[in-house]
Design a protein around this ligand. Structure first.
Ligand code: PLP
Length: 459
């Protein structure tokens, strides 16, 4: 390994990092961290720090770091056949097996998997499939997609448009036409504090209905949503939300794309968020937990009713004109097969449920009464603590106070625990590997309490 200084310098001189304040990083005003290894919920860096990663990378290393079984499956695949494409009926044992394993786990009415590389490209695929679907059905005007403010669906041109977060739009001239945003199911941030959860849910559904009416039901093709808002703030929906939304979509023959990139394969303590909330998707997006990020792979799972139209379309117009060189990459697929097997063997979906419930309750008990904590919430093994300046009036801090970042900084510096300052609002997010133990959860809870108290002491 190179000397610290040299690698750190090359990093600043050559590497364009995503989601990074570029000038600050290039000038050396922002630390870099060179990560060297990981095991279970821990990662290690070159300075010898051992950090408890309570965000599983980017909510993706669900199985935990350092699983040799997956590394070996990847190596075996690379030695046998590192690559062949999947166009015009070509496949490998790994990607064919993985497609079957996914469908065995997905809701019964799902039919086929289209593989990509990332959550973003899978959602691009989904929008193209929806447009193709309506063209084949002779409804060329039915093309707009509704997504939610604070939804996150990727950072491509279309998917960045679907994403309902300002930093993904500003200075990029997004959102593109064809994308319409509706309410986030974010009860804690409701405008009217006196509103009950049921009233809020009704308002979300009524506003969606009104938006569809305004745009014209014949112009709306699909609605896309994450079962639990992720990057928008880790916000589980209020009770009855999905039922109310699905009723509106069914009324206007609007397809439902359920973005399970975070929730797929166990994060909510159920195999999919769709099972968890009784959703009936027409298309499901999967990525992250599919391989636990041991190799890049994503998928679009299409339901019977969509598949039928796709078949009719290609009978009429020829082969579907959509493909990536790396669709169904055999190395990603081998990682996926080994990962899904391990999730079953280690009973990680059950652990996400049990340890997740323990973790969320523990956080509530430990920090819920602290003066700047406005909300502690979670579902499965995913949680958030939201900070406010004044609890009674639910007054938020000024964004320039950067309270969320301060807490995340204290957590890291004082306890070597990684949480995430969510991008919009003062929100501390957690999404640890599904294998986290109760003892490790206790460590994160105690560290969080101390980090928040440290920030309070400086206010
Ligand atoms: N959809 C959701 C719900 C996500 O959380 C993400 C990434 O965080 C994406 C899509 C985009 O996935 P990727 O970053 O792999 O393109």
């Amino acid at each position: 390994m190179l000397e610290n200084d040299q690698l750190a310098q090359w990093d600043r001189e050559n590497f364009f990092h995503p989601s990074t304040p570029l000038g600050q990083f290039a000038r050396g005003e922002l630390n870099n961290r060179i990560v060297t290894g990981g095991k279970g919920v821990y990662i290690e860096d070159r300075e010898g720090n051992k950090l408890l990663d309570a965000f599983a990378g980017l909510y993706c290393v669900n199985i935990g770091y350092g699983r040799q079984e997956i590394a070996e499956a990847i190596a075996a695949q690379a030695k046998e056949l590192a690559y062949y494409h999947s166009y015009v009926g070509h496949g490998t044992e790994a990607n064919i097996t993985l497609a079957k394993m996914i469908l065995d786990r997905a809701p019964d009415h799902m039919s086929k998997v289209y593989f990509g590389q990332s959550g973003s490209d899978a959602n691009e695929t989904n929008i193209k499939l929806v447009w193709y679907y309506n063209n084949v059905l002779g409804r060329p005007e039915k093309k707009k997609i509704i997504s939610r403010w604070r939804g996150y669906h990727g950072s491509g041109l279309m998917t960045g448009s679907l994403t309902g977060l300002e930093t993904f739009h500003n200075q990029f001239d997004l959102p593109l036409p064809y994308v319409v945003h509706t309410d986030a199911p974010y009860y804690f941030r409701r405008d009217n504090l006196g509103q009950s959860e049921a009233e809020f849910v009704k308002q979300c559904a009524d506003n969606l209905d009104a938006l569809i009416q305004k745009e014209g039901p014949d112009t709306i093709a699909a609605f896309i949503g994450e079962p639990v808002l992720g990057t928008g703030g880790i916000v589980p929906p209020p009770a009855g939300y999905w039922e109310a939304i699905q009723a509106v979509l069914n009324k206007y023959d609007i397809l439902l794309i359920v973005d399970e990139v975070i929730t797929g394969f166990g994060r909510l303590g159920s195999m999919f968020g769709s099972d968890h909330y009784g959703l009936k998707p027409d298309i499901m997006t999967i990525a992250k937990g599919l391989t636990s990020a041991y190799a890049p792979l994503s998928g679009s799972i299409v339901a019977d009713r969509v598949w039928k139209v796709l078949e009719d379309g290609t009978d009429k117009y020829g082969a579907i004109g959509h493909g990536w060189t790396y669709s169904a990459h055999p190395i990603g697929a081998a990682a996926g097969v080994a990962n899904l097997k391990l999730i079953d063997e280690l009973k990680l979906v059950d652990n996400a449920k049990d340890t997740g419930a323990y973790f969320v309750q523990g956080l509530k008990d430990a920090v819920g009464d602290l003066p700047i904590v406005g909300d502690v919430r979670g579902e499965g093994i995913m949680a958030a603590v939201e900070f406010v300046k004044d609890k009674d009036s639910r007054t938020f801090f000024d964004p320039t106070d950067k309270i969320g970042y301060a807490v995340v900084g204290a957590l890291l510096e004082r306890h070597k625990v990684i949480g995430r300052a969510m991008p919009q609002g003062d929100i501390l997010g957690f999404a640890p590997p599904l294998c986290m133990t109760k003892e490790e959860a206790d460590t994160v809870i105690a560290a969080t309490k101390d980090a928040i108290e440290t920030v309070i002491a400086k206010l």
